[in-house]
Design a protein around this ligand. Structure first.
Ligand code: FPP
Length: 242
């Protein structure tokens, strides 16, 4: 990729992406929905390296939500196979590029072979200091907060913390990846204007950028467009900026 000309404040530390529109992309071409997911995977690969080239430090993508189990069984099993095959196929290149892989979500509920691919990828890249690429799989923002609340209840029960000491920091440090900073920019493709249970806690102050383009047609140029738009935003975090 040619060296992009973005001003330094246009590069968010953490970009999160809701990769929507695979199904519609496929249907509009008379293809099965799973074909859209395969094309979405090819797009994801390009975007991972484009984000890395642009200097993004954390990229988190919504691969499978805790609600996606409601889809037809063939699509669900197709997605599980796709993700396992993708991890197997991509790990060497991720390693060569020093990219750290993380997976967030209720991982024990996933098929064992997929869990294993994720464990291998996380283990092989755990000490890497390049971009952190996180996959949200069987992920739900409410489930994540619920899991954190459960852990706090256990800590109170075990006498580790007092009820009066529960604060935002205590909740945040019990989320799935507490060491990863909150997303600065949240990109959503395929035009819907909603969060769909993605990073609910962490996105409190994320800037949103939505494009009508379906995920399989998303490009590094559109990523740059999103970053340029981000660079022009004034982030107030609830305060007044004169
Ligand atoms: C949303 O489109 C997309 C998904 C639920 C799956 C995203 C998965 C990929 C892009 C494959 C990625 C591979 C890895 C390794 C994570 P949709 O099916 O909801 O589209 P629609 O709204 O048009 O129906």
């Amino acid at each position: 990729m040619t060296q992009p000309s973005l001003s330094p404040n246009s590069v968010p530390t953490h970009v999160a992406v809701i990769m929507d529109g695979n199904g519609r992309w496929a249907r509009s071409r008379g293809l099965e929905r799973i074909e859209g997911h395969w094309q979405g995977y090819r797009t994801l690969k390009r975007i991972v390296y484009a984000a890395d080239d642009l200097g993004v430090r954390y990229l988190t993508v919504y691969g499978f939500s805790s609600e996606n189990w409601r889809r037809p069984e063939g699509e669900v099993s197709g997605l599980m196979s796709l993700m396992a095959a993708a991890m197997r196929a991509e790990i060497e290149e991720l390693v060569q590029n020093g990219i750290r892989v993380r997976v967030i979500g209720r991982i024990p509920d996933l098929p064992p072979d997929l869990q294993r691919e994720f464990e291998i990828a996380m283990e092989r890249t755990r000490h890497y200091t390049g971009m952190t690429f996180s996959l949200a799989i069987n992920y739900g923002g409410r489930a994540e907060i619920t899991d954190a609340v459960r852990r706090i209840a256990e800590a109170v029960r075990d006498g580790q913390i007092d009820v009066g000491d529960i604060n935002e920091a205590e909740i945040a440090r019990r989320l799935y990846a507490p060491d990863i900073p909150d997303p600065d920019l949240l990109i959503r493709t395929a035009g819907e204007l909603r969060l769909s249970n993605f990073l609910l806690w962490q996105s409190a102050y994320a800037e949103m950028w939505v494009t009508p383009v379906f995920w399989p047609d998303f490009t590094p140029e559109l990523l740059m467009e999103a970053l340029e738009a981000f660079g022009k935003r004034t982030r107030r975090f609830g305060a007044v900026v004169e």
